[in-house]
Write a new protein. Structure first.
Length: 613
């Protein structure tokens, strides 16, 4: 996720952009950059010091040219290409007269590059975004105006994008376009504006307009015109704003956690996009391990902490089932001291959304010391773990601000399942037809999570009824056990409730002694070959007076009938269910925490990144 700003007609476009970028930094802070246009030239300044790039741009401001007509700016959350200056936006064309900023993922950028290279264009970054600057260069050379050139480019792009472009040909014009990624237009007193979200413009104007998918805008100081992909005029759509600046950063949500719960479908779609295809083929661009190296792997060890570790539990099941790969999981802080027997046939996958967790980092280092190959599965490009590991698998969830992991946990699960499919195809342990079926079911995950999110109010009403709980036991089997662990963690870290998770089959070996009248048990009872066993465990705790909450498939009337409270989810293939089944438990913890007046974005005693041992 990245932040875009564009301004034309302002007396000091650079200051307008820097102020706006400060409000957009929550969307990404790996790098930042600005371009100014005027006096028949572009002036560009970029920096890639995570979290500090804007300071560099501010310090450079006194040296910037004045009386420039327009400008565009960008703050980056890296997806394609390391978080270094050459990959920072804005990106320019070969002539240096065109500049663009982009938020999203251009899925067909490689094939577009091949054509442009054949036409003599040379790239200066590893990003997908830069391809747009060269497409514009080509169309401008064919005599198109900037907005028309952008319209022609958009027709060639596949994927998601919000784009803003400037050129010395028309220094007062900003051309903008979007598909799926958000883009807002603004106008006030002879100033035209473009931005990724409302937060960046509210300080300048409340006269805002929504740009729709596949619409292209030409923004001038005193006018905005919009056309569709067909070139026909489109109406400007006014945007009503009821938010203040603070709420706007959360896109109107009460807090980042609820925003990030809602972002899960998008985060999953972005994480899978371009990596898995309907024919079952997969491509993992950053893996960096060759097929020969992967062929030599005889065992996989998945390590992580907290929610990242719980994602590993689903990953192990996927690796064993689809790739027939011996797999084990270990909490990173334990693995480090385990005196593990590893070798070059072992692949250790370190899962960490921040890529900075020191327990996981040292565990990865220990694995390397013992001769294992390593992969970092992380949400932060160029993070400590990403730089240290032999290979990388990036989730593309965008910044996760809330301390309690939601969209990153979901994308970790999905990416591990995708990796298992990738290995299965490589090892020939899955038939082509089964691979196609699995690919289509993985690609359907964002939609299923979206359907679960549509039930949030039902989940919150269960949370209201359980707001006073003191002790909660989460039970699950097989893939449900990892979900139970994550659900218990959410309730602990957000609502400060004592919550423990057990393999459901383990209760009779001791923990059931804890069950007495009024104990609350949450059972992960989604459809699968072990549902009957879970139902038996539910009967055991109900017989001892427990209040039972079930996470179950919608339409599963038999399971609902034995429950005191029901958290329904859409039917999902058993092995793919964790990313969907966790949604009601995120909501349960969120609801109980809010009922207790807790700060769900900053729970007590916790930090978003644990850089201490
Ligand atoms: C999960 O909600 C917590 N924030 C915590 O358990 C977290 O998952 C853990 O600290 C690992 O963080 P990482 O993914 O950044 O390594």
């Amino acid at each position: 996720m990245c932040g875009i700003i564009g301004v034309t007609g302002a007396a000091d476009p650079l200051q307008v952009m820097l102020d706006a970028l400060a409000l957009l930094e929550y969307r990404g802070y790996d790098s930042a950059g600005v371009v100014l246009v005027g006096d028949n030239r572009l002036w560009r300044k970029r920096d890639a010091v995570r979290g500090h790039s804007l300071e560099t741009l501010r310090h450079a401001a006194p040296g910037a040219p004045t009386h420039m007509s327009s400008g565009i700016g960008h703050t980056r959350w890296a997806t394609h290409g390391a978080a270094v200056e050459r990959n920072a936006h804005p990106h320019c064309d070969c002539t240096g007269r065109v500049a663009i900023v982009h938020n999203g993922i251009i899925e067909n950028y490689q094939e577009l590059w091949e054509k442009l290279a054949a036409e003599g264009h040379t790239r200066s970054s590893e990003t997908d975004s830069e391809v747009v600057a060269h497409l514009l260069e080509r169309e401008l050379a064919n005599g198109a105006g900037l907005a028309e050139a952008l319209r022609r480019c958009v027709a060639e792009l596949r994927g998601d994008f919000a784009l803003a472009a400037v050129s010395t040909h028309e220094p007062k014009v900003i051309a903008a376009a979007r598909r799926t990624s958000p883009l807002i237009l603004g106008q006030v007193d002879g100033i035209g504006l473009v931005a990724s979200d409302i937060a960046a413009l509210l300080g300048t104007t409340r006269t805002l307009y929504q740009l729709e998918d596949d619409e292209i805008a030409e923004v001038r100081p005193d006018s905005i015109s919009v056309v569709g992909l067909d070139g026909r005029d489109r109406e400007l759509k006014p945007l009503k704003v009821g938010w203040d600046l603070v709420a706007a950063r959360r896109d109107g949500y009460d807090d980042f956690m609820s925003k990030e719960i809602h972002e899960q479908p998008r985060a999953l779609a972005d994480t899978l996009m371009g990596r898995i295809h309907a024919d079952g083929t997969t491509e993992l661009e950053d893996l960096r391990l060759t097929e020969v190296e992967l062929d030599g792997i005889e065992r996989v060890v998945l390590i992580g902490c907290g929610s990242a570790f719980y994602a590993c539990l689903s990953g192990r099941i996927a690796l064993e089932h689809w790739a027939r790969m011996p797999a084990e999981v270990e909490i990173a802080s334990e693995f480090r001291y385990r005196d593990a027997v590893l070798g070059e046939q072992t692949l250790v996958v370190a899962v960490s959304q921040s890529g900075e967790t020191v327990d996981t980092f040292h565990a990865l280092r220990e694995a390397q010391r013992r001769g294992a190959k390593t992969i970092a599965l992380t949400n932060v490009v160029d993070s400590l773990l990403a730089r240290e590991a032999d290979g990388v698998l990036y989730t593309r969830a965008g910044p996760e601000i809330g301390v309690a992991s939601t969209k990153c946990h979901a994308t970790q699960i999905a990416l591990l399942q995708l990796f298992a499919l990738h290995l299965a195809r490589q090892r020939g342990t899955i038939e082509p037809e089964e691979g196609r079926d699995l690919a289509s079911r993985l690609l359907a995950l964002p939609g299923l999570v979206d359907r679960a999110i549509a039930r949030l109010d039902d989940y919150f009403s269960v949370a209201d009824r359980l707001a006073e709980v003191q002790d909660v036991y989460f039970l699950g089997r097989h893939v449900g056990y990892g979900v139970a662990l994550e659900g218990a963690l959410k309730l602990k870290e957000l609502a400060y409730v004592r919550a423990e998770a057990y393999p459901a089959g383990e209760m009779k070996h001791g923990p059931i002694a804890l069950i007495e009248e009024g104990a609350v048990v949450v059972a992960i009872a989604t459809r699968g070959r072990l549902l009957e066993k879970v139902m038996a465990n539910i009967a055991e705790v109900k017989a001892r007076g427990a209040t039972v909450v079930v996470v179950c498939d919608e339409y599963d009337e038999a399971t609902k009938a034995v429950a005191d409270h029901v958290l329904e989810i859409p039917a999902v293939p058993e092995l793919l269910s964790p990313a969907v089944a966790i949604v009601p438990l995120q909501a349960l913890a969120y609801g109980v925490a809010r009922a207790r007046g807790n700060d769900v974005d900053r729970p007590r005693n916790l930090a978003k990144v644990v850089t201490v041992e």
